[in-house]
Design a protein around this ligand. Structure first.
Ligand code: UN1
Length: 499
């Protein structure tokens, strides 16, 4: 099928794909795919007001019925999986399997949210007063602003949206300006579910395509109680304080600088496979991508040699073709930035293997680069920064405690892992004195998390949690209530106040 067929199958019309002011290009070959309409920032007050009105209706809909809409959304996504996956590939440059995997992640979170819609459990709490009952109840909170990044153009939106809808909240979505078509297709798919559902209020899901001014409108509006933003630490530093400054709740999922410690007892065959997938998969453009390898001195040289051999035979090219493992970076600027950072690492004593731009055997006009391995004498400033490209820094260690110290000595705290068969080492890594990240794995790479866990991390990663576990609580307001069913009016803490 051709590009245009996938866009049509997803329900996008000719008028939507032409005549706008935002040019959409594919990283595969740099070709223009569409010119889409942008949302003027002046429309944002009306969009937010519409969302507020939708909230008034949606919060009255019982949660299991809200879950029914999410169930239908999951069904529609199953039908649309191939087309939407192809649009992810086209717009973000992911290989076919990863594009489809991202859509599967949407389907999975829908299933999770359907179950959640019959739970949303609160607590009963023992009251110190006779004839009193205390409880904690979770209520819908209001419009949720969702800001997403180009590298995962659909799954993080779905984590937020499936959960927000089950929790009783409408959503206003600002996708990356680099991936508006996937966003338009997603909304179309959800609209099909809404049509089948029949009673979804107008404005339950709204899309606002545009630049920082759209994000700013969401971040500053007191009518958007929750703003969930996925992207760079720099973006989070702008959005986060604006939301907290008006006492809104930000859910921030920002940069990562994810590492793997490889211990002497590691199963190296497995480690190599995990390293290659997590460092070069998605062309190193996941927030969970492996960026630092901290290897025991006794095995470091051998491991680098094995990795360099594996890297040399990686199929780089058109992500739509069977067998390709490394597709393009998002644009030529990303390739340039990768070259600058590699030069910087070299000037800090790094030895670079690979990393050059690739123009042979790949579609002309695309942004391709060979993944790089960089042996570093120590963890320098360049290593401590997140570069959104397939660069893997390798450092050595002697004692596990030094490896953990180096592991944690970066600003970010998203994902992490250790490869070891030694129980003491594995448990130490997962303990209070181990990895300081939101995600810590043993004998698994740092990327490719399942939706069932809470997703996010500490420090410059922003502290937010999305997706599974109890992340839903971020999309609701908590109410503590005490009911007195006695004939007395005792005060808490034994206070006397007789009138
Ligand atoms: C991201 O890169 O923003 O764990 C999300 C993973 C995916 C999600 C990545 N499930 O790599």
């Amino acid at each position: 099928m051709h590009t245009i067929d996938h866009l049509r199958a997803a329900g996008l019309s000719e008028t939507e794909l032409t005549g706008g002011t935002l040019t959409v290009r594919s990283p595969i070959d740099g070709a223009e795919i569409a010119k889409v309409h942008q949302t003027p920032a002046s429309d944002m007050p009306a969009i937010i007001a519409k969302s507020k009105a939708a909230f008034d209706a949606w919060r009255r809909t019982p949660a299991p019925q809200r879950g029914e809409l999410v169930r239908l959304f999951g069904e529609e996504l199953r039908k649309a999986k191939d087309d939407l996956g192809a649009i992810v590939t086209l717009e973000a440059g992911k290989i076919t399997s990863e594009g489809l995997g991202e859509v599967q992640e949407m389907i999975d979170i829908c299933d999770f949210a359907v179950g959640l819609s019959r739970q949303l459990y609160g607590l009963t709490i023992a009251s110190e007063r006779p004839g009193h009952r205390m409880a904690e109840t979770w209520h819908p909170i209001g419009p949720v602003g969702v800001i997403t990044a180009f590298n995962f153009p659909v799954a993080p939106w779905a984590w937020n949206t499936a959960i927000a809808l089950a929790c009783g909240d409408p959503v206003i979505w600002k996708p990356s300006e680099k991936t508006p078509l996937t966003a338009m297709a997603c909304v179309r798919i959800l609209e099909r579910a809404m049509e089948r559902f029949g009673e979804a209020p107008d404005g339950l899901i709204q899309l606002a395509i545009g630049g920082p001014e759209i994000g700013d409108a969401l971040a500053t509006s007191p009518d958007v109680p929750v703003v969930s933003a996925t992207g760079s630490t720099r973006m989070g530093q702008i959005v986060g304080p604006k939301v907290t400054g008006r006492f809104g709740k930000p859910i921030l999922e920002l940069g990562g600088n994810n590492a793997m410690i490889v211990a002497p007892s590691a199963d190296l065959d497995m480690a190599v496979r995990a390293i290659v997938f997590s460092a070069v998969g998605t062309a190193g453009q996941r927030c969970t991508s492996l960026r630092r390898l901290i290897v025991h001195d006794s095995i470091k040289d051998d491991l680098v040699k094995t990795l360099a051999t594996a890297y040399a035979s990686l199929p780089i090219g058109d992500p739509r073709e069977d067998g390709t493992l490394v597709g393009p970076l998002i644009d030529a600027g990303a390739v340039d930035r990768m070259q600058e950072v590699l030069a910087q690492a070299k000037s800090e004593g790094g030895t670079v293997h690979g990393g050059a731009p690739v123009t042979e055997g790949v579609p002309a006009g695309g942004a391709y680069a060979a993944p790089a391995i960089v042996e570093m004498p120590e963890q320098t400033d360049t290593v401590r920064e997140e570069t959104f490209a397939p660069i893997l820094y390798v450092m050595g260690y002697e004692d596990l405690s030094d490896a953990i110290a180096m592991h944690n000595d970066v600003p970010q705290g998203l994902s992490s892992c250790i490869f070891t068969l030694d129980l003491r080492e594995a448990e130490t890594f997962l303990s209070a004195v181990g990895s300081d990240c939101g995600i810590a794995n043993v004998n698994i790479g740092p990327s490719g998390a399942e939706i069932g866990g809470a997703f996010g991390g500490e420090k410059a990663t922003g502290g937010g949690r999305e997706s599974g576990s109890d992340a839903w609580k971020g999309y609701m307001r908590r109410q503590t209530s005490t009911v007195n069913f006695s004939t007395e009016l005792p005060l808490a803490q034994g206070v006397k106040f007789d009138i």
